[in-house]
Design a protein around this ligand. Structure first.
Ligand SMILES: NC(=O)C1=CN([C@@H]2O[C@H](COP(=O)(O)OP(=O)(O)OC[C@H]3O[C@@H](n4cnc5c(N)ncnc54)[C@H](OP(=O)(O)O)[C@@H]3O)[C@@H](O)[C@H]2O)C=CC1
Ligand SMILES: O=C1O[C@H](COP(=O)(O)O)[C@@H](O)[C@H](O)[C@H]1O
Length: 492
């Protein structure tokens, strides 16, 4: 079935084809695009890494990674026959000419019109170098389009992000650069705009007169897994807050764009990020909470503390949890706190947004003020994908008393809906040249500007870690953030 009208022709070049991201996300996503007819037969994939694999080894690995997708043997071999491997060290100049030759051969064989998509699924310290070499060895020169997808993290602070951006911009134009943030490929994150801008009942109330606060939670059950080396240098603020969480904030608070184009949507998101109130160093501990998980229990299973996960982490002061209270200084949002929290080894895997509407000045249907239930709009991103609206009504037998009831749409319950993986959507968008759900440099820079003072202040003082139990919803201080304002985290 072809869900979209365009069936791109392209050679994908994956740097880091033997790695975790390629195996878990990229190969299955390319397969799904192919299976759904969102990719024409005119495509090839070149996998690159240092390991001395052959085309056959790569194809076997691709097969293993997509087996779950229940393909027949014939479908699998048709698909994997488009994959080619080249053993390649990105630091070795001698390898780039050979790569160009292989791509040109494949362009002839598969008639891909010279379209090239370079995907950098490698450690970020290689991003600048690869971009430079692609230009230097003429791999950017082709009869079709050339695009570059860059994985996260994009720098470790504003200064390093600028350096990286300058390196990449020397080789590629901004409109060829696709900085991926996979949260922007999630169905319900994309739906934020639709829910807001296609519904008068929400958009008319979407401001500080009617909304008392907004809560964003991205909690994970998993711990650091085998990414300790990366994660310990990063921590929750760099790993999740600087990118995924601030992107959701921008989508939730932006003004309606004048058109649904990449340029207009980005321009509105950028205005929100510019309006984020910068945190003064002396306010960091008042408005932001950091945490690191201790041992605990999740789903009745004992799990170790962060420091016990790997010998290199034994004395780590890296945060695995961050919560904060953000303010956006513009006419629409002045005074509305946006609470965010994200962390590893929490009680459950959830990504959800709760929009709490203001109480009525006087509600005739409650016996006491304590029983009031505000209206809540929940945008459930994962594991449920849908929306829930909490309203008040009298239930049978409760007479003239109001009780909260929930109106729920859960996409997971709708038969026949097969929500595509975030990476699948974003890969497709890139092949058709739609950069709407990728981040512009200005968004990256503004997000670092917001996060940097928090990280700098934290770096000055050793935290008292661990400070939350695995299987909990984070440190107690994260609850106090809201309690000080008379709110509490809603269940997610
Ligand atoms: N894994 C994940 O879930 C996520 C990953 N990311 C990002 O994706 C990127 C890749 O991550 P991930 O796949 O986990 O990393 P891995 O460590 O699993 O893979 C790294 C890849 O780079 C290759 N490589 C390393 N050095 C060289 C070199 N000098 N020349 C050529 N190839 C080299 C490795 O292969 P070989 O050793 O054979 O050379 C391997 O294929 C990172 O930027 C990460 O932050 C982002 C979100 C989630
Ligand atoms: O980018 C990242 O995201 C994942 C969480 O992604 P999700 O789609 O499962 O919500 C996180 O585990 C990882 O640390 C981070 O790098």
């Amino acid at each position: 079935m072809n869900e979209n009208t365009q069936q791109p022709k392209v050679v994908f070049v994956i740097f880091g084809a033997t790695g975790d991201l390629a195996k878990r996300k990229l190969f299955p996503s390319i397969y799904n695009l192919y299976k759904k007819g969102n990719l024409s037969e005119n495509f090839a994939v070149v996998g690159l890494a240092r390991r001395p694999w052959t085309d056959e080894t790569l194809r076997e690995n691709v097969e293993t990674s997509i087996r779950k997708a229940t393909a027949t043997e014939e479908e699998l071999s048709d698909f994997t026959s488009h994959f080619y491997y080249q053993s390649f060290d990105v630091t070795d100049d001698a390898t780039y000419d050979g790569l160009n030759k292989l791509i040109i051969d494949l362009e002839g064989k598969y008639e891909t019109d010279g379209n090239r998509l370079f995907y950098l699924a490698m450690a970020p310290n290689f991003f600048g170098l690869i971009a430079k070499k692609l230009k230097e060895y003429g791999l950017k020169e082709s009869a079709g389009w050339t695009r570059l997808i860059i994985e996260k993290p994009f720098g470790t602070n504003l200064a390093t992000a600028k350096e990286l951006n300058n390196e990449i911009r020397e080789a590629f134009d901004e409109d060829q650069i696709y900085r991926i943030d996979h949260y922007l490929g999630k169905e319900m994150v994309q739906n934020i705009e639709v829910i807001r801008f296609a519904n008068g009942i929400f958009e008319h109330l979407w401001n500080n007169q009617f909304i008392s606060n907004i809560q964003i939670t991205a909690s994970e059950v998993l711990g650091v897994e085998d990414r300790a080396r990366y994660y310990d240098q990063s921590g929750a603020a760099r790993d999740m807050l600087q990118n995924h969480i601030l992107q959701m904030v921008a989508l939730l608070l932006m003004e309606p764009p004048i058109k649904l184009t990449t340029k207009e949507i980005r321009s509105e998101k950028i205005k929100v990020l510019r309006a984020l109130r910068k945190i003064n160093p002396d306010e960091v501990y008042k408005y932001f909470v950091r945490g690191q998980y201790d041992a605990g229990e999740i789903n009745n299973q004992a799990v170790p503390s962060y420091r016990e996960e790997h010998e290199d982490l034994a004395f780590s002061n890296t945060e695995t949890f961050v919560a904060g209270r953000l303010l956006v200084d513009n006419y629409r949002w002045a005074g509305v706190p946006i609470y965010v929290r994200t962390g590893k080894r929490m009680a459950e895997k959830t990504i959800s947004i709760v929009v709490q509407f203001r109480d009525l000045p006087m509600n005739l249907y409650y016996k006491s003020h304590k029983q009031r239930y505000p209206n809540l709009l929940r945008i459930n991103i994962q594991p449920d994908a849908g929306v829930t609206l909490s309203i008040n009504a009298s239930k049978e037998g409760t007479g003239s008393l109001a009780e909260p009831i929930e109106l729920t749409y859960n996409q997971n319950d709708v038969p026949g809906i097969n929500t595509p993986e975030a990476y699948e959507k974003l890969l497709y968008d890139c092949t058709i040249g739609d950069a709407t759900n990728f981040t512009h440099w200005d968004e990256v820079a503004l997000s670092w500007e917001f996060v940097d003072p928090i990280l700098e202040t934290w770096a000055e003082k050793q935290p008292s870690f661990p400070n939350y139990k695995s299987g909990s919803m984070g440190p107690r201080a994260a609850d106090e953030l809201l309690e000080k304002d008379g709110f509490h985290w809603w269940d997610v």
